[in-house]
Structure formats: structure tokens, C-alpha cells
Write a protein that binds this ligand. Structure first.
Ligand code: CA
Length: 216
């Protein structure tokens, strides 16, 4: 899955690159609007992350160029006002991310846009474990694994953010969809069950005082 990152703030571009690459995406970064236009003309991407305020050409101008190609676009910008958001979506962006953002949110949006636009095959292979979100099937060495709904949601969160450290509060808020009250037992208990069911004692790593990371 090839992603083009168009962002003139290099630390942000590099941070996105680092994290999406860790999740298995093939990323290219470009820091200038005109260079971006050139790349878009000569290469094919599955998704473009597009900053709005850029030297050379604006994100809106680039979007005009991208739209006929049908490549999905997520705007990434500091301009967070409602008006800008509406303008971005009206111009044909598939989603909108306002800086500063959390990496988990970025990855969730990337996954969601790729899914919506039919770009993702939605099948994950982590060692001998296979996860097929369309059918909600999880198997290990070909043998189906029975998971509760929350265990499954937790697994999907880890798999979609593999090699990224996830904070307990982020995990809780994503999977249980309520605000984290500081009680770590629910998350810890479910992680223990996942480890046991999938044989992931070694790859589902606890990070002291932070949370967990799936090493894959
Ligand atoms: Ca910018």
C-alpha cells in the first residue's frame, strides 16, 4: 500500500512516515507543492496525505490535480476551523485531520479511508495468526480462535497499530468507547487473555508505565 505524504514541516512528515512505515505502509515524503505535483503526475499512490499550506502549490490546488485520478486524500492541516474543514471536504477530500493529532487517530483515519475506498484487502497475518476483519475470523495455524467482542476489538487495535506503543488510556478509550478512569485492570486483563489465546506472550509487550506494543 503506497502512501504519499505532502507536508512542508519535516518533523511532522517524518513522524507520519515513521509510524505508517512501522504499520507496513510504503511511504514517500515530499516537502514542496510543485515537487508533489510532479510526483503525483508520474507515480501511482493508494492514498495521499495532503497539507494545505505548502510552498509552491497549495493543498487545494494539488487536490484539483488528484481528483480526476480518483486517489483518496486526507487533508492534514493546522487550520482547524469549521469553515476550513467544510471547504476541504467540499473540495473533495475523503477526510480531514487537524494538527496536532495522535498517531493512533492518523492510522485509524488512514485505515478507514482505505477501507471505504476499497483499497485495503483487510487481511492481516501476524506470525501464524490470521485476522480477517470482513468475516471477523481469527485463526492460528488454521485453527479458529474464539474471542469475545472486546478481545477482538483490542486485537484489531493492536494489529492496525503494530510496532507502536499504545497508552492504556488510548486503548481503553478506543476499545471501550468511554473515558478512561485510571483503572488499568480492564485493559490488563483483556491483554492477558489475548496473549493466552493467541500465544502472544512474547510479542504483546508491556511497556512500563505506558501500556502495550504489538511487536510484529
Ligand atoms: Ca504547511
Amino acid at each position: 500500500m503506497k502512501i504519499l505524504i505532502v507536508e512542508d514541516e519535516r518533523p511532522i512528515a517524518n513522524l507520519i512516515d515513521l509510524n505508517l512505515s512501522a504499520s507496513g505502509y510504503q511511504c514517500s515524503c515530499v516537502y514542496d507543492g510543485l515537487e508533489a505535483a510532479d510526483l503525483i503526475e508520474n507515480h501511482t499512490y493508494d492514498l495521499i496525505l495532503l497539507d494545505i499550506m505548502l510552498p509552491g502549490a497549495s493543498g487545494y490546488e494539488l487536490l484539483e490535480q488528484i481528483r480526476p485520478l480518483g486517489t483518496p486524500v486526507i487533508f492534514i492541516t493546522a487550520k482547524g476551523s469549521l469553515q476550513d474543514r467544510v471547504q476541504g471536504l467540499r473540495a473533495g477530500a475523503d477526510d480531514y485531520l487537524v494538527k496536532p493529532f495522535e498517531i493512533v487517530e492518523l492510522i485509524a483515519r488512514v485505515e478507514s479511508v482505505l477501507r471505504r475506498t476499497g483499497k485495503t484487502e483487510e487481511r492481516y497475518e501476524i506470525g501464524d495468526v490470521i485476522i480477517e476483519p470482513k468475516s471477523m475470523l481469527v485463526s492460528k495455524k488454521g485453527v479458529p480462535i474464539m474471542l469475545t467482542h472486546k478481545e477482538y476489538e483490542l486485537l484489531l487495535l493492536f494489529v492496525r497499530n503494530r510496532n507502536i506503543a499504545l497508552f492504556r488510556d488510548t486503548i481503553y478509550e478506543r476499545v471501550w468507547e468511554t473515558e478512561y478512569n485510571g483503572d488499568s485492570r480492564t485493559v490488563d486483563l483483556h491483554v492477558q487473555r489475548l496473549r493466552k489465546k493467541l500465544g502472544w506472550q512474547k510479542c504483546l509487550v508491556a511497556i512500563y508505565k505506558v501500556g502495550y506494543r504489538l511487536e510484529a
